[in-house]
Design a protein around this ligand. Structure first.
Ligand code: ADP
Length: 500
């Protein structure tokens, strides 16, 4: 038994990937599911559809695998923060899952902020008081579904993020667990005590009986119900998607960071075994919890995290909004057809600005155009905008952690763009390193499961497997970089506070 079946339950699709002991993906299956938008700003998923698509892709991959590729363990990684409430008896959800993107609790967050709760919450959870995270979503469900609160108080209901929901279904209701990387996104989990926090539960009025047991990110927590997949398979890891990608990038040591260039950009920096409080509006989060290689005693790794809302989505806008390219990869040749942006800056604050600025009223702007400006300059400015936003969060991470970051590991769809990666290295002043395997999310979960069952002996074993596709060395003079960043910050000022 030398293979790991990784379940990657994402925001738009459920995937299953079979990895071998070299970390290669042998078989993949993927199914999209419905995005439900009941009102402006609301985003829901049907939890049963999530489970059914996940089960189908698992079965598909197992059917494709050769008999010799037997599965030693299942690994779970998932979209984070998305909130499910279900009946412990029947396993039926009480409502659709409220997705991380859903903004229905913005006002509730605002009320709590006015009550001065932000500092307490940041101190205990490492998060900002935002509708992103599960706590206010769960409170909303308990308030809005008739009878839910009374039933929760009688212990009849269960809450979970998607990892918990999957394990519950994989074990047919026998196991109700989550891991610290997911728990740390709920606003209910204390980063310092590594436990659900009574003061936070009281603040959000959440009955403790709803909550899953918190188990390590790596370790066998349960076996699948035998009838589901033909036999009982150990479930050996649970980890949120961005933390999984950080593990999959082998960022095992403090000071190692990865950035995922997807729709948005997500940067995580390993800060070691102590949480680092942010003074630059970043999140402090749990990376993973696992037995240490040498001692086998349980250790928790913390991360600083930042998200940039418009990453690859900026390129989608060039394609769908401006129609100046017909596919995302075309942006590279168009941008490369000019030497520079000719002092044009695009601030893609289409949905406000995230870290390190956090201005929900910022809006997109394009400044510095002359009669000589062409679509090629705009395409190049779009690539630079992605890299400049990432440079700002990179700088904030270095400031918060006090660590001089030596390189940035990259993955995600837009990391395939060589020009973008070179611009990124130039703007960071450190090398940008792209690995051969960019399926880092599923891979990270697979690594954690494989470590738990002895498929890999140590993180060193994994680090030696992790291999580089290409390394981009910075080639811009410091003064030029500083001038460019200064100009970008001027452009940012023009985008802030536009919507009133
Ligand atoms: P997600 O997981 O968020 O759906 P992916 O990692 O699949 O995202 O990356 C898709 C994003 O990357 C899209 O926003 C797309 O515009 C962008 N993208 C894909 N290829 C390129 C490219 N060659 N250059 C720039 N952006 C790209």
């Amino acid at each position: 038994m030398t293979h790991i079946l990784a379940l990657d339950q994402g925001t738009t699709s459920s995937r299953a990937i079979l990895f071998n002991a070299q970390g290669n993906a042998l078989h993949t299956a993927q199914l999209e599911f419905e995005q439900i938008f009941p009102q402006l700003g609301w985003v829901e998923h049907d939890p049963l559809e999530i489970w059914q698509t996940q089960l189908r892709v698992m079965k598909q991959v197992l059917a494709e695998a050769d008999p010799g590729q037997s599965v030693a363990a299942i690994a779970i990684t998932n979209q984070r923060e998305t909130t499910v409430l279900w009946d412990r008896q029947t396993g039926q959800p009480l409502a659709n899952a409220i997705v991380w993107q859903d903004r229905r609790t913005v006002e509730y967050c605002q009320t709590l902020r006015q009550q001065g709760q932000q500092a307490l919450i940041q101190d205990k959870t490492g998060l900002v008081l935002d509708s992103y995270f599960s706590g206010t979503k769960l409170a909303w469900l308990l308030e809005s579904i008739p009878g839910a609160r009374a039933r929760a108080e009688r212990g009849e209901l269960a809450f979970g993020t998607i990892d918990s929901w999957l394990v519950w279904n994989l074990t047919r209701g026998k196991t109700h667990v989550t891991d610290p990387s997911n728990a740390s996104r709920t606003l209910l989990f204390n980063l310092h005590t590594l436990a659900w926090d009574d003061e936070l539960l009281a603040l959000f009025n959440i009955p403790r009986s709803l909550l899953p047991k918190v188990v390590p990110s790596s370790g066998v927590v349960a076996h699948t119900e035998p009838s589901l997949l033909g036999r009982a398979i150990p479930i050996a890891s649970i980890i949120g998607d961005q933390q999984a990608a950080t593990f999959g990038q082998a960022c095992f040591e403090p000071g190692m960071a990865k950035n995922t260039y997807g729709t948005g950009c997500f940067m995580l920096l390993n800060t070691g075994h102590e949480p680092v409080a942010s003074h630059n509006k970043l999140l402090t989060t749990i990376g993973w919890q696992r037995p240490e290689d040498a001692t086998q005693s349980l250790a928790t790794t913390y991360c600083l995290e930042a998200s940039v809302f418009m990453g690859g989505a900026t390129i989608q806008w060039l394609r769908d909004g401006l129609n100046i390219i017909s596919s995302a990869p075309e942006v590279e040749a168009l941008a490369a057809s000019v030497q520079d942006v000719a002092d044009t800056y695009l601030v893609p604050a289409f949905t406000g600005l995230g870290a390190p600025i956090w201005d929900g009223n910022a809006r997109g702007t394009l400044v510095g155009m002359t009669r000589g400006t062409t679509k090629a300059h705009i395409a190049r400015a779009a690539l630079e905008a992605i890299a400049l936003q990432v440079a700002d969060v990179f700088e904030a991470m270095a400031k918060d952690s006090g660590i001089a970051l030596a390189e940035l590991r990259v993955d995600g769809g837009a990391s395939k763009n060589n020009l973008l990666m070179q611009i990124q290295a130039d703007l960071l002043g450190v090398p940008v390193v792209r690995p051969k395997i960019t399926e880092t999310t599923a891979l990270g979960a697979a690594y954690l499961a494989g470590l738990a069952i002895g498929l890999w002996s140590s993180t060193q074993d994994i680090a030696s497997q992790w291999s580089i596709d290409r390394r981009f060395e910075p080639s811009m003079a410091l003064a030029d970089r500083q001038a460019k960043l200064a100009r970008w910050h001027q452009a940012l000022e023009r985008a802030k506070g536009w919507a009133t």
